[in-house]
Design a protein around this ligand. Structure first.
Ligand code: FE
Length: 164
């Protein structure tokens, strides 16, 4: 049986080259390489319906729907699926698109994959630890990276506090 996770794995590209500027390196990874794995039934118990739709089925939350858009306190944004810290408040900015956005992820927090869905050529952002879909990254962000990580707020949990 071909599971959704296996389809995901087969759709990922194996490019070692730098893409879209510094800081975004597309890497190859196998479908079962994620440290945190669950069956679909387990994910459905662990996540809310909206979290499951985004993290496991790659849905996109409606723009302007996330309370995290307005979050300005210092802290870390962690994966709602596995709690891995993904982004720091120090890289958060508002491009006016309607989703929480950052110009860089935390080190070793995310992986990327080519996404050709809906006839577009986009770069998908996934949690490095559980493979959860987080959003996309675009090459129109601010300095110093020039990248815009456009992330579904429902895929993250904000942990206010000092940013190391
Ligand atoms: Fe995760």
């Amino acid at each position: 049986m071909i599971t959704r996770r296996r389809l995901l794995g087969m759709s990922l590209v194996s490019l070692g080259a730098l893409a879209l500027g510094s800081g975004l390196r597309q890497i190859a990874f196998a479908a079962d390489a994620f440290e945190v794995t669950h069956t679909d039934a387990e994910w459905q118990k662990l996540l809310t319906l909206d979290q499951y739709a985004v993290l496991r089925e790659k849905a996109t939350e409606p723009p302007e729907s996330s309370p995290l858009n307005a979050e300005t306190r210092p802290g870390l944004y962690a994966c709602a699926g596995c709690a891995l810290p993904l982004f720091s408040s120090t890289t958060k900015y508002d491009p006016g698109e309607g989703w929480p956005s950052f110009w860089a992820p935390l080190p070793h927090a995310i992986v990327t994959a080519e996404d050709h869905s809906y006839g577009n050529n986009r770069t998908e952002v996934l949690c490095r630890r559980c493979g959860g879909h987080l959003g996309h990254v675009f090459p129109d962000g601010p300095k110093p990276t020039g990248l815009r990580y456009c992330i579904d707020g429902v895929a993250m949990v904000f942990k206010p506090g000092a940013v190391g």
